[in-house]
Design a protein around this ligand. Structure first.
Ligand SMILES: NC(=O)c1ccc[n+]([C@@H]2O[C@H](COP(=O)([O-])OP(=O)(O)OC[C@H]3O[C@@H](n4cnc5c(N)ncnc54)[C@H](OP(=O)(O)O)[C@@H]3O)[C@@H](O)[C@H]2O)c1
Length: 270
């Protein structure tokens, strides 16, 4: 279902306090949508809301930990009450990590599933029914190329994104005849605060070289919605990896190992 005009629509963006989510929220508002901003840091959300209001847009701030189902239900209820309904849900909140399976703390492996995967489940559960009842809605899942091609030191993160991708694919098939469109987005390496100092230091050189600015991704997401696409990989060339993986899994495995070999300690800071 093509999404070409945003005026009169209401959107909810999780992870709107920073990076990709912040830019998506600003762009949605600029296109005429009213926007509910969700993340944990209230002050950062207020700053985004002020920016939107300064350009005559409408935004509300809903501080919420997406890993907490009760907080999500409250935030969703509040957004629906304020805007009447939510037409566009962007499940974007998430975080990463770059460490071996043995280094990854078990409680954080559980936490990353709750934030990256269950957070999206909770918000979709809370908002899908009112979309189906109105036979109008768009669900955008910000997954990752790592949700289709796993790499070393990404086990917990990859698991959370593979889970999101599986859920989004099944859901897309279920709801497409009910007026709800699902777009799953597979970003590559995007320059945002997602990468903390530790991740940058351990990031393989090839990944560091492939890093791109978030504005291009946001443009591509809006183009994909306008065309009614169901999947978007950005930068586009990375999608070739899915074909290689399917046709030549052994070759792909060697390539992934070669290009993701960790940088020596401190290399990212040089
Ligand atoms: N940057 C990349 O290269 C890249 C590549 C592929 C996929 N992605 C995905 O893109 C999404 C956005 O990442 P980004 O690059 O924009 O990173 P970012 O700048 O660090 O933004 C992450 C956002 O998620 C929010 N968030 C994290 N934990 C949360 C929680 N428990 N509850 C509510 N909000 C939470 C953060 O807000 P608070 O801290 O205020 O809660 C922040 O707004 C993530 O899902 C990430 O996996 C990013």
């Amino acid at each position: 279902m093509k999404l070409e005009s945003y005026s009169g629509l209401a959107a909810l963006v999780t992870g709107a306090s920073s990076g990709i989510g912040r830019l998506l929220a600003l762009r949605l508002a600029r296109q005429g949508a009213r926007v509910a901003l969700v993340a944990r840091r209230k002050g950062e959300l207020e700053a985004v809301a002020s920016e939107i209001r300064a350009h005559s847009g409408d935004a509300i701030v809903l501080p919420c930990d997406v890993a907490d189902a009760n907080q999500v239900a409250d935030a969703a209820r509040h957004a629906c009450r304020r805007f009447g309904a939510i037409d566009i849900l962007v499940n974007n909140a998430g975080y990463g990590g770059q460490r071996t399976f043995l280094e990854w703390d078990l409680s954080d492996m559980e936490r990353i599933m709750r934030v990256n995967y269950l957070g999206a489940v909770y918000f979709t559960k809370a908002l899908l029914l009112q979309m189906v009842e109105r036979r109008r809605g768009w669900l955008v899942f910000i997954a990752s190329v790592t949700g289709r091609i796993a790499s070393p030191e990404k086990a917990a993160y990859a698991a959370s994104k593979f889970a999101m991708v599986g859920m989004a694919e099944a859901l897309s098939l279920e709801v497409e005849d009910l007026g709800v469109h699902v777009l799953t987005v597979y970003p590559g390496v995007i320059r945002t605060p997602f990468f903390d100092a530790e991740m940058l230091a351990r990031m393989p050189a090839a990944a560091r070289r492939s890093m791109v600015e978030p504005d291009g991704l946001v443009d591509a997401i809006f183009r994909a919605l306008a065309k009614g696409k169901r999947e978007l990989t950005y930068p586009r060339g990375l999608a070739a990896g899915y074909v290689v993986r399917a046709l030549a899994p052994g070759f792909m495995r060697r390539q992934v190992k070669r290009v993701t070999r960790s940088s020596p300690p401190g290399a990212g800071t040089r």
